[in-house]
Design a protein around this ligand. Structure first.
Ligand code: COA
Length: 332
């Protein structure tokens, strides 16, 4: 029988929804209906995502029978995140999952992507076998991330090795300022210029494709409040009058954790922003926060460690060639 891989069509909706309902085993607060709406309604563009720029959903069928599906999320800076992918329960254990992940990798290579990655629960043995078989490595492990008792594994595979002999450049999330006092407040338009400048000056050191559109998407996310289905986020700004001394972005995630990323600014502003971000995350019911710091930026890592964050691994060049990020989390 002929096997076909094609883009998602609206007729696939019910099938995908029933397949995806199973993921509740690994993710607290998982609702297949809302999840699939978010996945497929904006197939080409993730409206409120700030690092995702496009999505592709594929379905595999054989003899007119749908067998499996996979989602590819294209990220700023050259990587592709796989997820979720699912095989019809009656068709498992016959190599279909492996076939589809290999297809995803080929597609990523075709598109010139440097890296492919995914996250899975350590309890999900079949999917972890598939990633191992396809040559992925576990780069980091976040305990109790999306469900108590479940360790979330971050799997990565670098597809294009960077050319050797790159010039080493220092990276720091820190800026200098003479202002002694500052306040931390939610973003408002008065901070636009300083916020934009901070993002555009700093983030490109370890993130490619950071531009005005990224800044705008971040701000739109802030306006969505704290609904994770709408990619809501909260931007906190450390400021002295209109001078922006730092910013942090808090993103609530399915299953309860909050992503705190990025954190930029003077050293004291960063410490206060992390403190306030933790408070905010606790306030919205998050049980933990997680973040990423450039591996070269020891200063930010020291700030995080002094505030009780734990290192959970290093992800290889997710957003820019040769720029690895250290993963941290903290239980609230
Ligand atoms: C994960 C999934 C996509 C794998 O699909 P599949 O078609 O069965 O994959 P494959 O047949 O290529 O490989 C599955 C591997 O897991 C193994 N496996 C199956 N059930 C298992 C179990 N309960 N415990 C351990 N290993 C198991 C199979 O033996 C096979 O390994 P092998 O090739 O070494 O024998 C499928 O199980 C699924 O849809 N799960 C539900 C959705 C999900 O959890 N998706 C991942 C989250 S993003």
């Amino acid at each position: 029988m002929e096997r076909e891989i094609r883009p998602y069509q609206s007729e696939d909706y019910d099938k995908l929804k029933s397949w995806l309902s199973e993921l509740g085993r690994f993710y607290d607060g998982h609702e297949a209906g809302r999840f699939i709406d978010q996945l497929v309604n904006k197939e080409q563009e993730d409206e409120f995502g700030y690092f995702t720029t496009a999505k592709e959903v594929y379905v595999v069928s054989e003899g007119g029978q749908e067998l499996e599906s996979i989602v590819l999320n294209y990220k700023r800076g050259g990587s592709v995140k796989v997820g979720p992918f699912v095989v019809d329960p009656d068709a498992r254990g016959k190599g279909l999952g492996t076939y589809l992940l290999q297809f995803a990798e080929e597609r990523a290579r075709e598109k010139g992507r440097r890296k492919i990655y995914a996250t899975t629960s350590h309890l999900n043995e079949p999917v972890n076998k598939v990633f191992t078989k396809c040559g992925f490595k576990v780069e980091a492990q976040f305990p109790d991330q999306y469900k108590k008792g479940s360790v979330e594994l971050i799997w990565g595979k670098v597809l294009l090795q960077p050319e050797a002999a790159a010039e080493f450049t220092e990276i720091t999330t820190t800026i200098e300022s003479n202002a002694a006092e500052f306040k931390v407040q939610p973003y408002s338009p008065a901070f636009y210029t300083g916020f934009r400048e901070l993002i555009l000056n700093k983030l490109p050191m370890w993130h490619d494709e950071i531009n005005d559109e990224f800044v705008l998407r971040t701000i739109i996310g802030h306006l969505q409040g704290v609904d994770f289905e709408k990619k809501g986020k909260v931007i906190l700004v450390a400021n002295s009058g209109n001078e922006v001394l730092g910013c942090s972005i808090v993103v609530p995630k399915r299953g309860g954790p909050a992503k705190l990323y990025p954190v930029l600014g003077t050293e004291s502003a960063q410490a206060e922003l992390i403190q306030q971000s933790n408070k905010l995350a606790r306030h919205i019911g998050s049980h933990k926060v997680y973040t990423f710091a450039p591996i070269e930026d020891r200063k930010q890592q020291q700030v995080l460690e002094s505030m009780g964050f734990t290192q959970r691994g290093v992800i290889a060049e997710p957003y820019k060639p040769r720029r690895d990020l250290t993963c941290y989390d903290k239980f609230l």
